[in-house]
Design a protein around this ligand. Structure first.
Ligand code: FES
Length: 103
């Protein structure tokens, strides 16, 4: 799912490969890329569930405006994963309403 070459932008700059936690499982990504990109590459499309109807939501605007990609990151709810850079060992959980699916 990663773009390895872009006709205008060229080769993407990759950070070092890192491991982070997604819903209790180890997932690989590249340091500095948005968390949502690492999750998309791992086949994860659902980032949160809505509070009232529990409808799934995922990456939509990808520029930090819509809040569909919010997740619980290192214990912080409502973290916009499309604009939050990935670091080694991050603890990322799907969000259900205003809490982690872990709770
Ligand atoms: S996808 Fe819209 S804020 Fe992240």
């Amino acid at each position: 799912m990663r773009i390895t070459h872009h006709p205008i932008l060229g080769e993407p700059k990759k950070g070092k490969k890192v491991i982070f936690n997604f819903n209790g499982k180890n997932v690989e990504g590249y340091e500095g890329e948005p968390i949502a990109v690492a999750l998309m590459n791992a086949g994860v499309w659902v980032h949160r569930y809505t509070k009232k109807k529990h409808d799934p939501r995922g990456l939509f605007c990808a520029i930090g405006r819509c809040t569909d990609c919010v997740m619980v990151v290192d214990g912080n709810i409502n973290t916009r994963t499309c604009i939050t850079p990935l670091t080694e060992g991050m603890d990322v959980w799907q969000q259900d309403g205003l809490q982690s699916v872990n709770q």
